[in-house]
Write a protein that binds this ligand. Structure first.
Ligand SMILES: Cc1cc2nc3c(=O)[nH]c(=O)nc-3n(C[C@H](O)[C@H](O)[C@H](O)COP(=O)(O)O)c2cc1C
Length: 209
């Protein structure tokens, strides 16, 4: 059975462009995988906490030596890593906030990037431990940051996510940039038309798959 992990990180609820488009992806995925399972992780409805000194100390304490308190500190991290392991594929919807990923998604990355769990140090340097996974990111932004655009060099999201996911072993990544959402907010572009155009691009993933 195929498993899809669906992560959303926009604070805007039903008004969110990235949430609408990630929901569209999930719908298309379910049509292609009628027997499949979807795990949903909403980082705004259930925000993950900051990592602190206790968390860092616990994560670097060998598993067998952890106190009950340390185990409790890592419980959420273990759950989140379990979701990454269980799923074959990830769909992650995110807004661009200040040229980067939203802070709730960054907190999630801090929780799942763990030595001995999602990456390991080897004699040849760090190696990612998640294998055979595929990630699709749907990025909504007010401006346009695609290849050749004036603002392309301000897109810190794509290189960062490629590096962060590559580090844990997920190098099969794909980006859908839903740029130009400010025109929707200003009423210059119809929201449904905007969503339809980007949904068609997402749909194409399933036709070639
Ligand atoms: C706090 C905040 C910061 C933002 N920063 C940027 C930015 O740096 N660049 C940009 O193009 N749009 C920026 N925007 C606009 C959002 O990217 C845009 O509204 C997008 O639709 C958000 O995705 P969502 O609709 O899924 O929440 C920002 C919006 C907010 C609320």
């Amino acid at each position: 059975m195929s498993v899809l992990l669906h992560i959303d990180s926009s604070p805007l609820g039903s008004a969110s462009i990235s949430r609408s488009l990630s929901a569209h992806y999930v719908e298309a995925w379910q049509k292609s995988n009628p027997e499949g399972k979807v795990i949903t992780r909403d980082l705004n409805a259930n925000p993950v906490p900051l990592i602190d000194a206790n968390w860092i100390g616990s994560s670097y304490t060998p598993t067998d030596a952890r106190s009950d308190e340390q185990k409790a500190v890592l419980a959420l991290s273990n759950t989140l890593i379990g979701e990454l392991r269980e799923a074959d594929e990830y769909i992650i919807g995110l807004p661009m906030h200040n040229f980067n990923i939203p802070s709730v998604l960054r907190l999630w990355i801090d929780q799942i990037a763990r030595a001995g769990e999602t990456f390991a140090y080897s004699s040849e340097g760090p190696v990612g431990l998640l294998k055979g996974k595929k990630a699709t990111f749907i990025v909504a932004s007010g401006g346009v940051y695609g290849p050749g655009s004036q603002m392309e060099s301000f897109n810190f999201i794509e290189p960062y996510l490629r590096a962060a996911f590559g580090f844990i072993g997920v190098s099969d990544v794909r980006f859908h940039l839903a740029g130009g959402a400010s025109a929707v907010a200003q009423g210059k572009v119809d929201r449904e038309e905007f969503l339809k155009t980007h949904a068609a691009n997402i749909q194409a993933d399933f036709q070639v798959a």
